[in-house]
Design a binder for this molecule. Sequence first.
Ligand code: FES
Length: 169
Amino acid sequence: MTVAKTTSDSKVSRRQFIGYAWAVAVIALFAQAAGALYQFVQPIVQAGGFGGKVNAGNVNEFAVDTVSTVREMHGFVSRVEPQGALTMSWTCTHLGCTVPWVESEKQFHCPCHGSLYNTKGEVTGGPAPRPLDLYPSEVVGDELVVDTSQTIQRTKFDQSQITPFPKGA
Ligand code: FES
């Protein structure tokens, strides 16, 4: 006489299935929490954005005697001479308002308390205590790369503040 062999030993019982499901759910929950924590601790600023190195553009785009507003760098490229340009922050040195370049006035004119700055960022009027701050910058290939992770305070303009451009740019 043969006895039918049950296969219940090789199957997962209901209790085991619920146990596995719980384990998977708990692992998924921890993975999701770890992912959220990882994103939380990442720096807000991504490479290439404000707070890091920003490509302000091809040096040939900055004509002599022009001021270009570069939103990505929160500032300006002021091509004060053929040999190069100043890379300046748009933050007013009085109380921190954003200073626009006013083309019709050919100067930076802070809307908050009326500070005025010339194309070199020097104060020509109003309560600002010092010139617009500079960003360090360099030309890589033909691209002007501006380091917005830091600013350089100054008391006056001098020639060494100009980032040299390649000949013919
Ligand atoms: S914040 Fe610009 S003049 Fe006061």
